[in-house]
Design a protein around this ligand. Structure first.
Ligand SMILES: [Zn+2]
Length: 339
């Protein structure tokens, strides 16, 4: 098979790799599409320290069942599937169901360096992490389930479903948060996003789009909504975006931090203490969030189409990584076609 190898930070190459063989309880998939995540781009540049040279990344993926290891039942060869890439020790998975994201010993496909992940034409995974796509769902949409699961979990970290929510950052994570909020029944999703290309995508998704350059976000939210919102999701994770969430929400509001732009933040502390706002964190998702995201996307194919900016063949993937990492202005998700 062929795969996309991170040769050194800043350089990828398509190389011939050994075909994986399924062990007991494992499945080998033929990968069709894998999405390029912001974390892959930071891994490509070396900025996040969570990827190493020699690695084959890729955790937002969909394909078809190719072969089954000993003891695997209930999955027919050729079945279209996606992968939940959060892997727990097999003997603990049942006890941690619904809160897998908090397991201290979990590992993530596409992050662990010694596992050849989904920027390759085949990948071997535990059978329990293989999730069949609902009938009629385009296989490319299956590659969006993982980022939408991240968003679905972030929305579930809010205490209730208010009728309006502010999102800071309208990149692929913020766009997925819009879809997840709509699925949860939030009527008005306001998104603050500085770039025009992304604002266009957000408008197509049905969000109320705000340009932070047009004035204080608090005033813009008030003008758009008539009252401050009681919940916000920070899909950037910078001091500026989180400050916006704190200052543009009502006293008592809850802010969910899911973006990971930087490991250290400077905050207006009194906006938390004196206004009794609550700051909650969100990372990955549980298996139930993943299932929710799958069915949400299956029910909203037009939104799924709007999340995809373009698809590139495997041979063009090294150039696509370089362009995205250089900030080429791509407003949405790029998928690599590995079929
Ligand atoms: Zn991702």
């Amino acid at each position: 098979m062929r795969g996309l190898v991170l040769v050194e930070f800043g350089r990828m190459e398509v190389r011939e790799l050994p075909d994986p063989v399924p062990g007991p309880g494992e499945v080998v998939l033929d990968i069709a599409f894998t999405g390029i995540c912001g974390s892959d781009l930071h891994g490509f540049t070396g900025a996040n320290g969570r990827r190493v040279p020699g690695q084959v990344m890729g955790h937002e993926t969909a394909g078809r069942v190719r072969s089954l290891g000993a003891g695997v039942t209930g999955l027919a060869s050729g079945t279209p599937v996606t992968i939940n890439p959060v892997i727990l020790p097999a003997d603990e998975a049942d006890a941690w169901r619904g809160r897998e994201q908090q397991h201290p010993g979990k590992w993530i496909i596409g992050v662990r360096p010694d596992h050849v992940a989904a920027f390759a034409q085949q990948v071997v995974v535990p059978a329990r992490n293989v999730v069949p796509l609902p009938a009629g769902m385009p296989v490319a949409h299956g590659a969006l389930v993982e980022p939408v699961a991240v968003a679905t979990h972030a929305v579930r970290r809010l205490p209730a479903v208010p009728d309006a929510v502010l999102v800071t950052g309208g990149g692929p994570i913020g766009q997925s948060v819009v879809v997840a909020l709509q699925r949860a029944g939030v009527a008005i999703v306001l998104v603050s996003e500085p770039t025009a290309g992304r604002r266009k995508v957000l408008a197509r998704l049905g969000a109320v789009v705000l340009d932070p350059a047009a004035g204080p976000l608090r005033d813009q939210v008030l003008a758009a909504r008539g009252e401050p919102v009681t919940a916000a999701v920070d899909a950037v994770g910078s001091s500026g975006s989180l400050t916006d969430c704190l200052t543009a929400t009502a006293p008592g509001a809850t802010i969910c931090l899911v973006g990971m732009a930087t490991p250290r933040l400077e905050l207006p502390a009194f906006e938390i203490s004196t206004a009794e706002r609550t700051l909650v964190g969100s990372f990955t998702y549980s298996s139930t969030d993943f299932e929710r995201a799958l069915h949400g996307l299956a029910d909203a194919p037009a939104s799924a189409d709007n999340l995809i900016n373009r698809t590139v063949p495997l041979d063009d993937a090294p150039d696509a990584f370089a362009a995205l990492a250089a900030g080429d202005g791509t407003p949405g998700k790029v998928l690599v076609d590995l079929s």
